[in-house]
Design a protein around this ligand. Sequence first.
Ligand SMILES: Nc1nc2c(c(=O)[nH]1)N[C@H]1C(S)=C(S)[C@@H](COP(=O)(O)OP(=O)(O)OC[C@H]3O[C@@H](n4cnc5c(N)ncnc54)[C@H](O)[C@@H]3O)O[C@H]1N2
Ligand code: MOO
Length: 647
Amino acid sequence: MKRNIYLDTVPMDEAVAKVRALLDRHALIGTETVPTHEATGRVTAEAVYARLSSPTYHSAAMDGIAVCAERTFSAREDEPLRLAPGEFVPVNTGNALPKGMDAVIMIENVVMNADGTASIEAPAFPWQHVRRIGEDIVATELLIPQNHELNAYDIGALLSAGIWELSVRERVRACFIPTGDEVLDFHDRPEPRPGQVVESNSQVFVSLARAWGIDARRVPPVPDRPEALTAAVTQALASDAHIVVIGAGSSAGAKDYTRSIMESVGTVLVHGIKAMPGKPSLLGVADAAHGGKLLVGAPGYPVSAVVCFEELLAPLAAWLEGRVRGRRRTVEVELTRRVPSKLGMEEFLRVSIGHVGGKHVATPLSRGAGMITTMTRAQGICRIPVNSEGVDQGEHLRAELLVPEEALERTLVTVGSHDNTIDLLADALMGLENPIRIASTHVGSMGGLMAVKNGSCHMAGTHLFDPETGDYNFPFIKKYLPDMDTVLVNLAVRHQGLIVAAGNPKGITGVADLARDDVRFINRQRGAGTRILLDWHLSQAGIAPSSVAGYDKEEFTHMAVAVNVLTGAADCGLGIMAAARALGLDFAPLARERYDLLIPRACLDDPRVQAVLALIKTEDFRTRIEALGGYETALTGQIMTPGLPLP
Ligand SMILES: Nc1nc2c(c(=O)[nH]1)N[C@H]1C(S)=C(S)[C@@H](COP(=O)(O)OP(=O)(O)OC[C@H]3O[C@@H](n4cnc5c(N)ncnc54)[C@H](O)[C@@H]3O)O[C@H]1N2
Ligand code: MOO
C-alpha cells in the first residue's frame, strides 16, 4: 500500500536558511523617519553622526569656586592662600566656566572669609572638576552605526547630540489568519459545543510578536473553504503586512488547505520540520505580484504553533528588520524521569523546574501538542536533540528558562497524589507577602514516595491506606524509604465515596452495589491510593474484583473518574467528594482517609516548606479547605505519628 507521505522534514535552522536565501528583505522592509524619543527598539537604517558636542562648553563638575589653577599653586595646609574677589567665581555643578578660569575647587575645601576673600589649603590642578567641551560627545563623530537596535541609553545619547529624528527600518508587520470551521471567535465569548474550539492561537501570536517588536494583528477566523481562505490570504497580502501567517490546516486532513493556498500565491519552501511539536509547519515566499512577502503556515495545535512562531517566524522577523535575536537564559537541570524521544526529531520538552537540595530538578510535563497549559505550567524547556532516542532519569541537560532564574528559588516542588487542597495551597502561597509558586506533578501517592526518595521534590501528597495495620502512609514509608529521615504532616482528612450520576438514578449506596449486573464501574490505576482503598472495601465485603463490571477500566485522576460518570461511560467510580461536586454529580460516602504531606527532613527548614506549614495552620486556610466540602481539618498542620486513629 502506498503511504500518503506529505511532509519532507528539514532541521529548523535549515528551514530558516532556505527562506533567507530566497526572500529579498531589502525590497520587503523599507525605512522611515521617526522622532528620536520614540525610537527605542527600532533598528537604525543608516549611521548617525553627532550634530552637537556634549558638553557644548567647559562645565563645572562640582559645586564650589572656579579659579585659574596657576594662581593657586602656592596654597599649603600650613600656609592657606587667600583669593581676592575676582580671582574666583562661585559656581554650581553644570555652570559654564567663567572666562579665564580652568579649574573648580569643591565648596567643602573652601573657607569663605567675611571680607569677601576665599581661603584654600591646597592648589588646584588645571581642569580639576571640569567637564571639558566634547568630553562625552564630539560633534561629527559616529554615534550609532547602521543596523543597531536602539536602547534607552542610545536615546539619551542621540538627544544629547542634537539628533531629533532618524531613519530606521520599518517595523515588521504581521497578520495572523485563524482558519477552521470549528474555531470560534473569542470576541463573541462563545460556549463551544462538541467539535468546536475557542480561537486562541492568534492572541498567543500577537502577544509574542509584540514582545519581539513586531506590529501584529489578526483577522476573524476563516472557515475551511478554499475560496474563503484564498480571499483572506490575498487580502492580507495586499495589506501593509510583511508576514502573513495562516493558522492551522497544515497537516494531511481533508480540510487542510494551507499548503495549496500558499502555492496559489507563491512558493512553498518548507513543509515539515524535524521538530516536535511543530512538525507540519510551512514556510514560503509570495510571488512578486503579491509583494514577495513571507508566508508562514502555523500548525493548529497550540504548542506546535508556539514552536513555529518561536523557532521559525521569530528568527526570520528579526533578520528581516536586521536585529540580533537574544536567546533565553539556561540552567543545568537533572531530569526526574526517563523520557524516550523519537530519533530524527528535535523534541521540545516542557519541564517544571525547582531548586531542591542544591540542584535544579526538572520534571517533564505532558507532551501533548494540544495542551497550552503545559506552557503556562512549565518553568523551562529542554531540547532533546534530533539524534537522541531519549534522556535517562538523573541525566543532566540544559533547560531554557521561561521564568527569571530568581523565580526558581521561590518555587516549591510537590510531586504525588493530587488533591484539590493542593490547588488551594497553590493559590494561598501566591498571596503571601513573598509569593511562592507551587510546581506540582500528579503521579499518584507511590510516585510521590519515589520522588521523595530520589530527592526530586520538597514534599509529596500521599494517602496510602494499609489494610493490615489500618494506618496511613507510615507502613509504605517504612517499606519503600527505610533509610530516609522524613516528616509526615496532615493536610486534611477527606471523604472518599462512590461518585454517581446526579439524582443517583441507579440507587447506588455502597460497595455491595458494585456486584450488581446493571452497574458499570470505572476504576483508578494500580498504585493509586484510591485503588488500594477500593480493594480493601471489596475484600471486606467479600466481593471478588472479577464480579465488578468495569474493574479493569482505569483512569488516573478523580476528575477523570467523575467525567466518566458525567458522560455515562460508567455508572459510578470511587473518588473524592470535591470531584463529584465540581461536575454536579451525586456522592455516596464510603470512607474517610488521611491526605498527608511527606517531607524529607532535609527540606523541613527550607523557607518554602516552612511557609506551607505556617499557612496550613491558619484558621483562614482551614475554613477554605472545609468550604470545598468533603474535608475535615481537625488534624491539618499536625505532625503525624504511626498508629494515630482518625479523629
Ligand atoms: N494523519 C496525520 N494527521 C496529523 C499529522 C500527521 O502527520 N498525519 N500531524 C499531526 C500534527 S504533528 C499536528 S501539529 C497537527 C497539525 O494540525 P493542523 O495544522 O492541520 O491543524 P488542524 O488539524 O486544523 O487543527 C489542529 C487542532 O488545533 C486546533 N486549532 C486550530 N486553530 C486554532 C486556533 N486558532 N486556536 C486554538 N486552537 C486551534 C483545532 O481545533 C484542532 O484541535 O496535525 C496532526 N495530524
Ligand atoms: O508537530 Mo505536531 O506539533 O508534533 O503535534
